[in-house]
Design a protein around this ligand. Sequence first.
Ligand SMILES: Nc1ncnc2c1ncn2[C@@H]1O[C@H](COP(=O)(O)OP(=O)(O)OP(=O)(O)O)[C@@H](O)[C@H]1O
Ligand SMILES: [Mg+2]
Length: 376
Amino acid sequence: MYAPCPAPLRRALDSDGNPVITTSGLTKVYQSRGREVTALDGVDLHVREGEVYGVIGQSGAGKSSLIRCVNLLERPTTGTVSVDGTDLTALAGRGRRASKELREARSRIGMVFQHFNLLSARTVQGNIELPLEILGVSGRERSRKALELLDLVGLADKAKAYPGQLSGGQKQRVGIARALAGDPKVLLSDEATSALDPETTRSILQLLRDLNRQLGLTVLLITHEMDVVKSVCDSAALMKNGRVIESGTVSELLATPGSELAGELFPVTGAATGPDRTVVDVTFHGEAAAQPVISQLSRTYNIDISILGAAMDTVAGRQIGRMRIELPGRYEDNVVPVGFLREQGLQVDIVDAEEDAGIDAELDSEIAALVKDGAK
Ligand SMILES: Nc1ncnc2c1ncn2[C@@H]1O[C@H](COP(=O)(O)OP(=O)(O)OP(=O)(O)O)[C@@H](O)[C@H]1O
Ligand SMILES: [Mg+2]
């Protein structure tokens, strides 16, 4: 367990960048056999332009309901959804009865599905042309656009093939090309890789990442796999029971004491090897490499440090990781070394601090302030 959390876990948008998808107070209540099911219970989401944003959560958490409300495939019960400056909830209609304005706004939102949803009687090219036909684009232009998109997703030679002749990964590439037909600013993906094997998953995620970079496309993806978040997402939100309980950039989450998402992205385990020991989780990202700091700490204070566990990875091109270390002595004996680590810009969480020393967060920060004053 971590030391008590001084900051609220639920975060608003606090970095630079225009939100391109915003939901405010979104709720969705389904009527099912005379019963009400609350799938979304006040979701505020802010997805910035040009980022890949992952929403993760267990089955039934409300992820698909959220993504379907974002493009108004489902009309939210209350709350608003704004995409690229347009309040979609203010436009009339729903589903097949959507108004012209809503259809137009939706054509700028691409959607990729878990089971591809391709029409088996149409060729690959025909599938990609379908949304363009609906938009009334001429035959010649449709054909040009479809072939350009097939090239973009690496399937230039499959234009005349039928979906039944393609592998799962190739089908999803067609699904992605079709989603891009209306030149969307935003791509929504609901479990796009969960029907695929791990290697194909990696290649599809890489494709989404490349499209995000090449086209400046904002991607909102839903997944229940932590690895997906880890490999492509700049930001993430954790959903439980229809609510977003944590959200932020991966770095912000890692810097949030007690963050469940950060803990699952970078799990570290390991218990104290004896009674008079202090166990500390050190989180580092970007330039702050942990290893030299740990050896500096050891030399400066002449203490033996044991590494109990570590998890490191590259997230969105940056080295990020966590290390669980053990220092000799109780927490009170280690206030200065812990202060040293914090001064190096590392996120430091004391594991089991309350049980070891009965210290609460307030006292923790008071001690940190004292250390700082003492250092002046
Ligand atoms: N059309 C519907 N009618 C009634 N209840 C629904 C409907 N769609 C979803 N629900 C209920 O809403 C809740 C959230 O469902 P949702 O599909 O959004 O979850 P999810 O997070 O996408 O789950 P999964 O990971 O299994 O896809 C569930 O309790 C589900 O049973
Ligand atoms: Mg779902």
